[in-house]
Design a protein around this ligand. Structure first.
Ligand SMILES: Cc1cc2nc3c(=O)[nH]c(=O)nc-3n(C[C@H](O)[C@H](O)[C@H](O)COP(=O)(O)OP(=O)(O)OC[C@H]3O[C@@H](n4cnc5c(N)ncnc54)[C@H](O)[C@@H]3O)c2cc1C
Length: 476
């Protein structure tokens, strides 16, 4: 039996896609690289995932887990003749346990669906990536997603108690569980953020938190991005850690107002969207302190959300910002460097200088509180050569690394930045990571070509070749 027939016998004809037309939507995610898989299979249970992985192993074919495909680092692109395993039928919220504040879910559950399911219990799942309307818990675990509230609550790794995972040989293993501390090696933090290279997560026990008593959300207005960035640095420097603190620049404000009638203050050169939460008295005191710091840094006023609807509208605007930018140019490259918070103003200035030199418009909308920069280069792929865009991007990455930053704050390394890993890790570091990966997947069949440089058969992807050349050429 060939592989496709075997996949059909496991999951049913309607859950195996293999014609070129069916595969088109699986040849890309929200990143840059494109390449069709040899087939896509959509299992309906962990047992079916196990059987699929065994069938692929017997055929000598690699597997790539895929959630919603909103990843920005090419983590779901199939290298070589790999097949994609989609989790879109694994979307049950199996249990919500308000007493122990935990939920057991399948990986295809959409982040926002989980939030809505736990809210009536007075609980929330802290990781809230801006893609939460469509991104899945499996993808959030795969990338160790962050989001606006990571500033106060940390990223996904801080909220996963345990996972069930199909290993490279098709067996199903469990790591961690509902209890907070378990004996033995704690593999959960290694699995979270492993981008599908260690196995396919088929269930996850998630930590839930009680909804705060009070939330205060407001905008602080600044004449330009530099003063906004300085204010954000000063807020953190004063020992205040808001629940969230997001920077939105003029380009994005204007795009949001034009696209969605977002009613953001048009006169601002930049905004900080700040949220504080806790007891009412704590919030009042914290807001007053933040307002003073913003005024001292050159801000010209604040606007508070007065109702839950107004608060939702502000967050909706923030989370639709990326979409709104399509009004300016049809394509964009969203970066994800993270730098020490105090370096944000100088790195932003350097990024804007690079973009200006190349003649690209940039938009900035990012989690400034934790130093996670997302400069977005806007371009038109019909007329702007992709090599140039990537060259500018590599320069931006270099500025961030030279400032003591990291390659990724939350989107992961995937296929996008594997070649850049030697910029920040010594050969010994990379070898140790490779050995950890080999312990789970000695034959390199789980999502090959991701995270670690120099493997996986992705060199036929033109954008991958460009990145490799840039990474090697710019390293001194
Ligand atoms: C508009 C927009 C806004 C975004 N905002 C944020 C943000 O605020 N914060 C943030 O961190 N990211 C953000 N992202 C990036 C992206 O949404 C996240 O990385 C998200 O976690 C990906 O989820 P997904 O379901 O789309 O996963 P996919 O893109 O399908 O997969 C992502 C990675 O996880 C692996 N994976 C998927 N499912 C599993 C599984 N079951 N087991 C093992 N590995 C698996 C894949 O192989 C891949 O490597 C944004 C993206 C967009 C387009």
């Amino acid at each position: 039996m060939d592989l496709i027939d075997r996949l059909v016998s496991i999951c049913g004809r309607e859950n195996v896609l293999s014609t070129p037309e069916e595969l088109i939507v699986f040849e890309y995610d929200a990143g840059f690289d494109r390449r069709p898989p040899s087939a896509v299979v959509v299992p309906g249970s962990a047992d079916e995932v196990g059987a699929v992985v065994r069938a692929a192993r017997d055929a000598g074919v690699a597997v790539v887990p895929r959630g919603a495909g909103t990843g920005l680092a090419g983590g779901t692109i199939a290298c070589g003749d790999a097949i994609v395993v989609s989790t879109s039928r694994l979307r049950r919220i199996i249990a919500i346990d308000p007493q122990s504040r935990a939920a057991l879910v399948e990986p295809g559950v959409v982040n926002l669906d989980l939030q809505e399911a736990v809210r009536p219990h007075g609980l929330f799942f802290a990781p809230d990536p801006s893609s939460q309307r469509c991104s899945t818990i499996g993808g959030n675990i795969g990338t160790n997603a962050g989001g606006p509230h990571a500033l106060r609550y940390g990223s996904v790794v801080d909220h996963v108690l345990g996972v069930e995972m199909v290993l490279a040989d098709g067996t199903v293993a469990t790591f961690g569980g509902r209890a907070v501390d378990l004996p033995g090696y704690d593999a959960v933090p290694l699995i979270v953020g492993s981008e599908g290279t260690l196995g396919i997560v088929t269930k996850a026990w998630l930590r839930l938190l009680p909804l705060p008593e009070h939330v205060h959300t407001f905008l602080a207005l600044f004449p330009d991005i530099a003063t906004g960035a300085q204010a954000a640095s000063a807020i953190i420097g004063a020992g205040i850690v808001p629940a969230a603190m997001e920077m939105i620049d003029r380009v994005t404000i204007q795009a949001l107002n034009a696209a969605f009638d977002a009613h953001l203050p048009q006169e601002a050169g930049s905004l900080l969207l700040v949220e504080v939460e806790g007891l009412v008295e704590e919030c009042t005191d914290e807001v007053a302190r933040i307002e003073r710091i913003c005024a001292d840094a050159g801000g010209f006023g604040t606007r508070s959300a007065k109702t839950a609807e107004e608060r939702d509208r502000l967050w909706k605007a923030r989370k639709l910002g990326y979409t709104a930018l399509a009004r300016i140019k049809p394509n964009n490259y969203l970066h994800d460097a993270v730098v020490p918070r105090t370096k944000v103003p100088e790195v932003l200035a350097a990024v804007n200088a690079i973009a200006e030199r190349y003649g690209y418009v940039t938009a900035n909308m990012f989690h400034i509180g934790d130093g996670n920069l997302h400069p977005i280069l806007l371009f038109d792929a019909r007329t702007d050569p992709i090599e140039r865009v990537m060259q500018a991007s590599a320069e931006i990455l270099k500025v961030a690394v030279d400032a003591g930053g990291m390659l990724s704050g939350e989107h992961g390394i995937g296929l996008e930045k594997d070649h850049f890993m030697p910029w920040v890790f010594a050969p010994e570091d990379l070898d140790a990571m490779r050995r950890a990966r080999d312990a789970f997947d000695p034959d390199g069949r789980m999502n090959p070509g991701k995270i670690l440089p120099g493997a996986g058969g992705c060199s036929d992807i033109p954008t991958d070749r460009i990145k490799r050349a840039l990474a090697e050429g710019m390293w001194v």
